[in-house]
Ligand binder design. Structure first.
Ligand SMILES: Nc1nc2c(c(=O)[nH]1)N[C@H]1C(S)=C(S)[C@@H](COP(=O)(O)OP(=O)(O)OC[C@H]3O[C@@H](n4cnc5c(N)ncnc54)[C@H](O)[C@@H]3O)O[C@H]1N2
Ligand code: MOO
Length: 451
């Protein structure tokens, strides 16, 4: 296991006082490892889990060539440009699930329903809307159809023996359907990631507490719990922890004893009461950064080695028995990854979306960790200083000309959640870029469905 200093040493131009967003991503890729344990779950419970190994198709889907339409099947070679075709309807209709095995001669066709197996030798289906019935015949007008139309091939979705879904694929509703189409009742997935969350700060009120001068309600834990629930992790909610070394030590110890990752908010800046960062450092191997970004400038990232935790706690007179039972009952790797996010509510969400979420996806074993970026035209001008990555809250929609357009959603203060609620993405203005003029193309990290 590389220590934090070793990972940092590999980053070109590493400056903890002005780290680039791209360096944070590169650092986290080095720091985290996918969980190795797997389990087999019922398909209906697999949504959002990450596939542990390749799924090879035991069958072809569809299993036979079949019709895509209700209509009449015939040999398409009989179609001729500029000419109508008249065919005699023979045999019993072919229904989905009931093959029709008779012979069909030239000049003949068979009534067929969507999904029914194509009778031998036939390759084309005329939908019934395009077939004019004339007694026992049908007539197909000139040039309405080509040979091969409306036939679905055996295996056109999935071929027997081919990889249907690769390891690392997050299981989406479409993937659930795909696995079900193979007849697989269960699937092997990586174990769920366990993530502990707590908010820090003496001024943080629990919901339901009476308002108090200078105090704010704990919103960060709720946004984080929401984001993590969408990610499909197991949550360990440790509530609000005041800025007191003893309480923080207990919270970090408990979190590290039972979770793969620990996410906190607040107390990572330079204020007098910012004890979170010193406690992280006491118990773990941690880097504190000022990231050249806005919002989300201060952030602490590191790990607590679980085997060293006991020694460290012993020297602080912490009651180890309180957490050793939690530790023993869990099947965790040797370390808990720490994400000490800043206190400002939007900074929390931006840091989560830009860095923490990709890192957690990587830990979950997902091969789809990078957030999706769209290019859109900026509806207005945006002021931007070169030398830091800026994330502006914006709403993407289709402009009058059918092109994607993004509009900033109001006050961009790092404590202002209302503009975050109105947004459906973050406009990502890269490190070196300057002001954006109305009409310029910008990149947007869309978060519909993510948050
Ligand atoms: N001299 C400097 N001051 C500050 C710097 C700096 O670089 N030099 N950075 C500023 C930035 S940017 C941020 S962000 C904050 C981060 O500070 P902390 O991580 O220590 O966060 P706190 O001071 O605890 O809180 C900041 C702000 O956020 C509110 N907050 C905290 N927790 C919650 C919560 N759970 N729910 C809702 N709101 C919360 C808190 O009340 C403060 O208003 O530091 C700047 N200062
Ligand atoms: O950048 Mo702080 O992280 O603005 O809110």
């Amino acid at each position: 296991m590389k220590n934090i200093a070793e990972i940092a040493a590999r980053l070109q131009g590493y400056d903890p006082e002005a780290l680039h967003a791209a360096q944070v991503t590169a650092f986290l890729e080095q720091l985290v490892q996918p969980v190795q344990e797997c389990e087999t779950v019922e398909l209906h419970a697999a949504l959002g889990r990450v596939l542990a190994s390749d799924v090879v198709s035991p069958i072809s889907v569809p299993p036979h060539d079949n019709s895509a339409m209700d209509g009449y099947a015939f040999a398409g070679g009989q179609l001729q440009a500029g000419q109508a075709l008249r065919l005699r309807v023979v045999g019993a209709p072919a229904f989905a699930g009931a093959a029709w095995r008779g012979a069909v001669a030239a000049g003949e066709c068979v009534r067929i329903m969507t999904g029914a197996i194509m009778p031998d030798g036939l390759d084309t289906v005329v939908p019934q809307e395009l077939a004019q019935a004339e007694g026992e015949f049908i007539r197909i007008a000139p040039d309405v159809l080509r040979a091969g139309d409306n036939r679905r091939f055996a295996g056109e979705d999935l071929m027997r023996g081919a990889v249907a879904l690769a390891a690392g694929e997050p299981i989406s509703p479409a993937a659930l359907g795909l696995l079900a189409s193979l007849g697989l009742p269960r699937v092997s997935v990586r174990r769920r990631l366990r993530v502990a969350v707590f908010s820090t700060g003496d001024e943080i009120l629990r919901l339901g507490d009476a308002p108090r001068e200078g105090a704010v309600y704990d919103s960060n834990r709720y946004t984080l719990l929401g984001l993590l629930t969408r990610l499909g992790v197991e949550l360990v909610d440790l509530g609000v922890v005041p800025d007191e070394p003893t309480r923080l030590r207990a919270a970090f110890a408990s979190a590290a004893a039972q979770a793969d990752a620990v996410i906190t908010s607040g107390g990572v800046s330079v204020g007098e009461a910012d004890h979170t960062r010193s406690m992280m450092r006491e118990l773990g191997d941690v880097a504190f950064w000022r990231i050249a970004m806005r919002p989300g400038r201060p952030m602490a990232v590191g790990r607590i080695a679980r085997d060293k935790l006991w020694t460290k706690l012993a020297s602080s007179a912490y009651p180890i028995s309180a957490i050793s039972s939690q530790y023993n009952s869990n099947n965790l790797t040797g370390e808990a990854i720490l994400f000490g996010l800043p206190g400002n509510p939007v900074a929390v969400m931006v840091a989560f979306l830009a860095f923490v979420r990709p890192a957690l996806l990587h830990m979950m074993g997902s091969t789809r960790a990078a957030p999706p970026l769209l290019r859109a035209r900026s509806a207005g001008s945006i002021r931007k200083k070169p030398g830091r990555t800026e994330y502006q809250r914006g709403r993407v929609c289709m402009g009058a000309d059918g092109q994607l357009e993004v509009r900033v959603t109001g006050n961009q203060g790092s404590g202002v959640l209302s503009s975050m609620v109105q947004a459906n993405g973050l406009i990502v203005l890269p490190h070196d870029s300057g002001d954006v003029a109305a009409g310029d193309a910008v990149e947007v990290m869309v978060f519909d469905g993510v948050m």
